[in-house]
Design a protein around this ligand. Structure first.
Ligand code: TYM
Length: 331
């Protein structure tokens, strides 16, 4: 088993990133596998990033990895741009991926907005770079949140076409691990919108940097409804906010939504919210405390990243060499 995943170096992380990605990265350390977890700074620059901030954003994501329990002794943590083979393989895959595949990517449509003529070409070919990230380490498993599913489908298409065109089985078709109760955490202000870094309302998300009081306050203010919680999951279908809050409780406690309803079914939010706040504070406040300590020690973070970059480069170099040969390129 070879695992690769990544998080963009753009802004601070939130509970959705934790449950959809970071927690899985840490949990997967119990498996017998090789693990590569990168900070996607090359993906971040597909939209404008202030150069004087980008390095500190990269360090901040690395600190989030460490604070969430990703252990550099068990996992390789590295900045994507420290391994030049990512961009080289991305070019080669630009010549495998088809325009029609990229045209279907919904994230490009969302991020480019109405004026897509003004979007960067990098934003358009973003999923091809993501395919390169994964295949550079010949990863077999990719833990991500639900919103990355379409990008992972494109990666699988790249592998299939590459292996078919060059009559090889060099790359494995990677499996997407997006399942689980934390795969799609919604905004605390609107149960139909994804929890996101770009939401202008800070109350819409729990940031990894939030302290215990801030977290408890945000749960208290979270949008809910007037009804008691149902005793069966089917009763959550038309209640997006209730479903999200139950889902957060379940994901952080490692139990099913139904188990949460077995305990809280028939009770209102007046009883459920304080219990939820206890769970979220209990799990997230120690992470935010650790994060604050780590951010005061950038030298320690840089040492982890330098060591990870070296390991990643060693793994990446022979793969690109093989792929160059498969293409029939010079040298
Ligand atoms: P990014 O930086 O947008 O998000 C990082 C991870 O967090 C997950 N996530 C969520 N999960 C549940 N609920 C949410 N509300 C939520 N919001 C975000 C994302 O699904 C993701 O797993 N393109 C990727 C980064 C990347 C990558 C890769 C991932 C670059 N190369 C190779 C996997 C493999 C991205 O922008 O994630």
């Amino acid at each position: 088993m070879r695992i690769l995943s990544g998080i963009q170096a753009s802004g601070s992380l939130h509970l959705g990133n934790y449950l959809g990605a970071l927690k899985k990265f840490a949990d997967m350390q119990a498996l017998d596998a090789t693990r590569f977890y990168m900070i996607a700074d090359l993906h971040a620059i597909t939209v404008w990033q202030a150069p004087e901030k980008l390095l500190s954003q990269t360090r901040e994501i690395a600190a989030c990895y460490l604070a969430a329990g990703v252990d550099p002794e068990k996992s390789t943590i590295f900045p994507q741009s420290a391994v030049p083979q990512h961009t080289e393989l991305a070019w080669l895959f630009n010549c495998v991926a088809r325009l029609g595949w990229l045209d279907r990517m919904t994230q490009f449509k969302d991020k480019a907005g109405k004026d897509k003529e003004r979007a960067s070409i990098g934003l358009y070919t973003y999923p091809v770079l993501q395919a390169a990230d994964i295949l550079l380490y010949r990863a077999t498993h990719v833990p991500v949140g639900e919103d990355q599913r379409q990008h992972l489908e494109l990666t699988r298409d790249v592998v299939k076409k590459f292996n078919h065109d060059f009559k090889t089985d060099y790359f494995p078709v990677p499996e997407t691990l997006y399942q689980g109760p934390g795969a799609r955490i919604m905004s605390l202000r609107d149960g139909t919108a994804k929890m996101s870094k770009s939401d202008p309302s800070d109350n819409s998300r729990i940031n990894l940097t939030d302290d215990a009081d801030t977290i408890a306050g945000k749960i208290k203010k979270a949008k809910s409804d007037m009804d008691a919680l149902p005793s069966e999951e089917a009763g959550l279908v038309e209640r997006p906010e209730a479903k999200n809050l139950v889902g957060i409780y379940a994901a952080l406690s490692g139990i099913t939504n139904q188990a949460v309803l077995d305990e809280f079914g028939g009770k209102g939010f007046g009883a459920f919210k304080p219990a939820l706040a206890d769970v979220v504070v209990g799990k997230m406040a120690p992470i935010s405390e650790k994060l604050r300590t780590l951010l005061n020690d950038p030298a320690q973070i840089d040492a982890v990243l330098a060591r990870g970059a070296e390991t990643a480069r060693e793994a990446a170099a022979p793969v690109v060499k093989d792929v160059r040969k498969i293409f029939g390129l010079w040298g």
